[in-house]
Design a protein around this ligand. Sequence first.
Ligand SMILES: NC(=O)c1ccc[n+]([C@@H]2O[C@H](COP(=O)([O-])OP(=O)(O)OC[C@H]3O[C@@H](n4cnc5c(N)ncnc54)[C@H](O)[C@@H]3O)[C@@H](O)[C@H]2O)c1
Length: 391
Amino acid sequence: MSKTRNKVRMGMVGGGQGAFIGAVHRSAAAIDGEIELVCGAFSSSHENCLTTGRELNLASERCYSDFNTMFAAEAQLPPEKRMQFVSIVTPNHLHYAVAKAAIEAGFHVLSDKPATFTLQEAIDLKAILNQHNVLYGLTHTYTGYPLVREAKDRIAQGELGTVTKVVAEYSQGWLAQPQDSSNKQASWRLDPSRAGVSCCMGDIGVHAANLAEFVSGLEITRMCADLSPVVSGRQLDDDGNILMRFNNGAKGVLIASQISVGEENNLNIRIYGTKAGLEWHQQEPNTLTIRYNDKPSQVVRTGVGGFSPAAAGSMRIPAGHPEGYLEAFANLYVDFANQVREFDNSDKYVNLASIIPGIDDAIRGMAFIENCVAASQANEGWLEFKLANVL
Ligand SMILES: NC(=O)c1ccc[n+]([C@@H]2O[C@H](COP(=O)([O-])OP(=O)(O)OC[C@H]3O[C@@H](n4cnc5c(N)ncnc54)[C@H](O)[C@@H]3O)[C@@H](O)[C@H]2O)c1
């Protein structure tokens, strides 16, 4: 008789009615049928939490007033019922406190970015993780796209030769006007007490930096930055341009902007090497272009042809049926859920190799944000990229 495979049980902190990304996470988590949402502390308002839970068909006793109560109560439930991991989708200032409480209560953590409020918190989180037997993942969404994984693999296989230049751009226009500052998602992103030291770099620049390092396989080592609030009256940057150097000597440019009128979610990356270049655009995610100087370009499309295992395993439907944002998120969720299942079903610690960004990426992301701000404030040209406090 075949044994039933249980779904992996997830709790959520944040993502109440009116929130943006929580519902995206829940949809993505549901795509492969491997994960069941069993509880939540969806909002700082218990009423909102209960309403959200009702809409999701959760029992009211598993819609908690706050995350500490949730972790304590879930830990008391029988192992086959309690949540196994928590998805963190609150504004940035809460990520560390929620992750720390979850880890200390023995729950795995899948957090949205930026990992924490400060770099020091991310460093502290790693120390806490080192003392507990749980998994930690960070939802840098764009690492879940099949052709981003394919691009990473092709560079690792040497198809581009030695990487010499990286150009990453993340342009949006939704904060271009002064009145844009007051919508729900903008208000905390522009508030230093809830967003951190940066709006634009913390919100989207960090995705572009992660994508640049993930795909190229390189690490940023130096930077020269120019961040500013373009819309007057804002305390945090809404735009920034960064020059970068990488650990193999490659040069790079990173543009992140929330005031580029008319831009939607224009994340794109171009990487050039000694033999070829490649290009990927998030708004056209099922196409990867490889360019050469001495032969025609190659257009790689999802679902057509042979792919690296990481890319092939990230595609669900036949060619010509677009896969996008939800599926990329779903790839992170299903990979993480599989790890949680394997981890929780084994008696001893297993160190699972993973393509999902983890705590070291969390630290590098927070370092990127703080190094950008420090470099821009110093206004003195190039600064070393440090994985220690620079502000
Ligand atoms: N990976 C991505 O592509 C991506 C995209 C968007 C946002 N994000 C990240 O997701 C996080 C949330 O962003 P958003 O745009 O959904 O914000 P949002 O303001 O729309 O939602 C935040 C939610 O957190 C809840 N919340 C606030 N305090 C809480 C508390 N103490 N306990 C429980 N819930 C609480 C709010 O009630 C709300 O439901 C941010 O860290 C952001 O950087 C990531």
